[in-house]
Design a protein around this ligand. Sequence first.
Ligand SMILES: C[S@@+](CC[C@H](N)C(=O)[O-])C[C@H]1O[C@@H](n2cnc3c(N)ncnc32)[C@H](O)[C@@H]1O
Length: 293
Amino acid sequence: MSDQKIESQNLAGIYKIQMTDADFNRLSIFINRELGIKMPKEKKIMLQSRLQKRLNEFSFNTFREYIDYVFSNAGKQTELLKMIDLVTTNKTDFFREPVHFEFLYEKVIPEILNNINSRQPVKIWSAGCSSGEEPYTIAIVLSEFIENVQYFDYSIFGTDLSFRILDKALNAIYTDDRIANIPMSIKKKYFLKSKDNQNKTVRVIPELRSKLSLQRLNFMDYSYDVPGDYDIIFCRNVLIYFDRDTQEKVINRLCYKLKNNGYFFLGHSESITGLNVPLKQVKPTIFKKISYE
Ligand SMILES: C[S@@+](CC[C@H](N)C(=O)[O-])C[C@H]1O[C@@H](n2cnc3c(N)ncnc32)[C@H](O)[C@@H]1O
């Protein structure tokens, strides 16, 4: 056994390779600098267990060998993206933080329709969209508005760092427990059940899928190569993983793509307190863009 290979036995009797402090430092510096995600020492065990199966897959005996491979020319093309997929936290839900969707229906959409030429589609960006539950929830809310109140056209743009998760969003197939808490009338209208009885999945209907376009975007990019003039941006439960400096930079870059008076939604445990960003609060975690002077 090499001196770097330190093993411990877990309860199942399977040998787990331990990540040394030096391995952790190499990874945490990279993850923080390139992805914006904070990686304090307390995250070492989490990182070790998330990456363990990749070591097994390659039969590497140490994390050092794995990390060398990830940062090699060959690894950068393939394994680096897999590592990024494993490092990100993609937790999401349909109708997560429902107050936001009530506000969207009751206040935001009527106000936008009052102010814009109705032939112009309303443009929404779900930034950090994960596997699609957030943008499809927005699409459901807008469809309900169209059916019950007034017709308008809209488009939703979803971006995320992880290719794997964007693929899920594109396929729009979910296990049926993911929609267990949605009212039956909404399930029937917007989800198709798999015909295969063994396979308890649902798929978002094509009419909603066609409203969503997807692109990979890393918030750490210096500028965002995406269209501008959004009426609404959702950026929820992403910035919580970043330090305050990075949060300020990312919000400013996002706001650059938002129309003046456009709406900006953050996650419920996120705030802009102390950040120099062109937003004014209209409700907790809901903001409007003020013009840059
Ligand atoms: C916890 S999920 C939030 C999903 C959804 N917005 C919600 O609130 O349910 C956070 C998402 O942010 C993405 N993310 C993390 N770091 C990122 C970065 N540097 N650039 C773009 N997306 C990132 C992750 O891949 C993940 O899918």
